[in-house]
Design a binder for this molecule. Structure first.
Ligand code: ADP
Ligand code: ZN
Length: 512
């Protein structure tokens, strides 16, 4: 690395030194070697191109998918005195920016990927000296990634036109498969891959089935007095939750893309300034906001992928202080996710399916959550982190294969058309008018579950849905999915985690 690197880092950015893999990445870029940096959110990706942009001759072109994010980055860069500009459809000063670029008066030029397709843009790039191509959110180039953007495919041909300009691709979220794809798509050698540590040791992970969501979220809120984010799946849900959770006595706000822009901006600003606010938001919230003291992130439903989960929970505890990430999931989340997968283009379905089953493994495990998470990002973590629900609560993982078979048999014998409640009644032998009329009380599965085993029925149902052994039809009736057979034939087993007894609930109710 050139000797002026560290002094420039200190002078321009005011940082005493590099963090983690930043030094490796910057070193490679200054050596003009093509690089893919996989670094978790908050690890300091921007510096990896901003510092070289200041040090190298010419202008660094940064491709970034979100205009709002670009403007945040622009403000941050200008704040430390970097000569930067954005070139997007919403910018009024495009003429001026182009003139500055041509005059060599810019260190950084942020552009959206769709520019790459335009011949004009290529001509523009030819009209000045380029130092570096920085491709932010590089997973967007991969169909294996969770956020494929076709425009990103146009970047490689554009960059190929400037073979001497080095390339730096950056992403926070990429499993092994996606990484390999990014390297290939963007023409970067395998040796150019730099991955930084993903562990966030101060975040305690907890995942539980949803039962009484409002109560469960209120419990999380009461246990964590600092600011927190509750992620919900729909806009309507964010508003309903914000209203319901206000009863905890904490200030609450909703945040989603459908809100009036002024209200949305105010809610975000209030949250950033607050020390105890709970914001109920869709996943759009959090990108580009820098609030280091978020104490908890709660998911009211299943996130889209492990990548999404990691990124969203990663908004907690950026200051390094203890923080909590709590996910509440339901079997219907998996059913809905599978339905959505059925609707995407066929060539993307295998990737989506793999992503969902990785998420299922995280949710289902009775082992260390952090272990599953870090393994997903290609790390080799310890077996027992000591800071997740399973490591702390020694969950009771029980073999429930027999109960699962009983459940499947009951679904089968009643004709694969009844909902979960009815099947449960059959298994427990709860006589109703319906069961009498249907003649189901004479079935061999009638009342075959009793005693302790009753407590296993709901966890077993969730596990069966999660694995796609059971599905719901359009009318809410249960029917077999592809994984049912192996269980019935005795070729697969199923264990469920029985959550540790909840003395917590009682204690808190007493305190409240
Ligand atoms: P990312 O894009 O990877 O999520 P950012 O580039 O936004 O991360 O950086 C996260 C935070 O870390 C920012 O507040 C940034 O100023 C800070 N930061 C980056 N590099 C360093 C460093 N070497 N030393 C101290 N702070 C740093
Ligand atoms: Zn653990």
């Amino acid at each position: 690395m050139p000797p002026e690197t560290l002094p420039t880092l200190q002078r321009v950015f005011g940082f005493p030194g590099f963090r983690g893999v930043q030094a490796d990445v910057v070193g490679r870029v200054l050596d003009r070697r093509r690089t893919l940096a996989v670094m978790p959110t908050g690890a300091g990706k921007s510096l990896c191109y901003q510092l070289p942009a200041v040090m190298m001759d010419g202008c660094c072109v940064v491709v970034s998918p979100l205009i709002a994010l670009m403007h945040d980055q622009l403000r941050a860069a200008e704040a430390v005195g970097i000569r930067a500009a954005t070139l997007t459809s919403v910018d009024q000063n495009r003429g001026e920016t182009i003139a500055r670029f041509r005059d060599g008066a810019l260190d950084l030029l942020y552009v959206a990927p769709e520019r790459a397709s335009s011949g004009h843009f290529r001509d523009l790039l030819e009209s000045a000296r380029l130092s570096l191509f920085a491709i932010d959110e590089a997973h967007c180039v991969s169909e294996w990634g969770h956020d494929f953007r076709p425009d990103y495919r146009l970047l490689a041909p554009l960059m190929d036109h400037f073979p001497d300009v080095p390339r730096l691709a950056l992403t926070a979220t990429a499993d092994a498969h996606t990484r390999a794809d990014i390297l290939q798509q963007l023409g970067i050698d395998r040796e150019g891959l730099i991955v930084s540590g993903f562990d966030r040791p101060n975040i305690r992970y907890a995942i539980s089935p949803r039962s009484n969501l409002n109560q469960q979220l209120a419990d999380v809120i009461r246990a964590n007095p600092g600011p927190g984010i509750v992620y919900a799946q729909t806009r309507a849900a964010t508003e309903k939750l914000a209203e319901a959770l206000a009863r905890t006595g904490r200030p609450t706000r909703a945040y989603h893309a459908g809100l009036d822009p002024a209200i949305r901006a105010k809610n975000q600003a209030d949250f950033v300034a607050s020390e105890d606010m709970v914001i109920c938001a869709t996943v759009a919230f959090g990108m580009g906001i820098d609030k280091p003291d978020v104490r908890f992130v709660a998911h009211a439903g299943l996130p889209k992928s492990i990548e999404g989960y990691y990124q969203e929970t990663g908004r907690a505890g950026r200051d390094g202080d203890p923080s909590v990430a709590h996910m509440f999931w339901g079997a219907e989340d998996f059913a809905r996710a599978r339905q959505r997968i059925g609707e995407v283009e066929p060539e993307r379905q295998p990737g989506e399916r793999q992503r969902l089953s990785a998420l299922g493994a995280l949710v289902e495990t009775g082992g260390c959550r952090r272990h599953v998470l870090l393994r997903h990002f290609g790390e080799n973590p310890v077996e027992d982190c000591g800071n997740c629900d399973n490591c702390l609560g020694s969950p009771d993982a029980r073999d429930a294969t027999e109960t699962a078979r009983k459940f499947l048999s009951a679904v089968f014998r009643t004709g694969q058309m009844f909902g979960a409640t009815y099947v449960e009644q059959v298994l427990c032998g709860q006589s109703t008018e319906r069961s009498l009329m249907n003649g189901h009380e004479n079935l061999s599965v009638w009342a075959i579950v009793d005693g302790d085993e009753v407590g296993l029925i709901k966890p077993v149902l969730r596990a069966l849905m999660l694995r796609d052994a059971l599905r719901t039809n359009a009318h809410g009736g249960l029917e077999f999915g592809p994984a049912a057979r192996a269980l019935l034939k005795g070729e697969a087993s199923l264990s469920v985690v029985v959550p540790p007894k909840r003395e917590r609930r009682g204690r808190r109710a007493g305190a409240a």
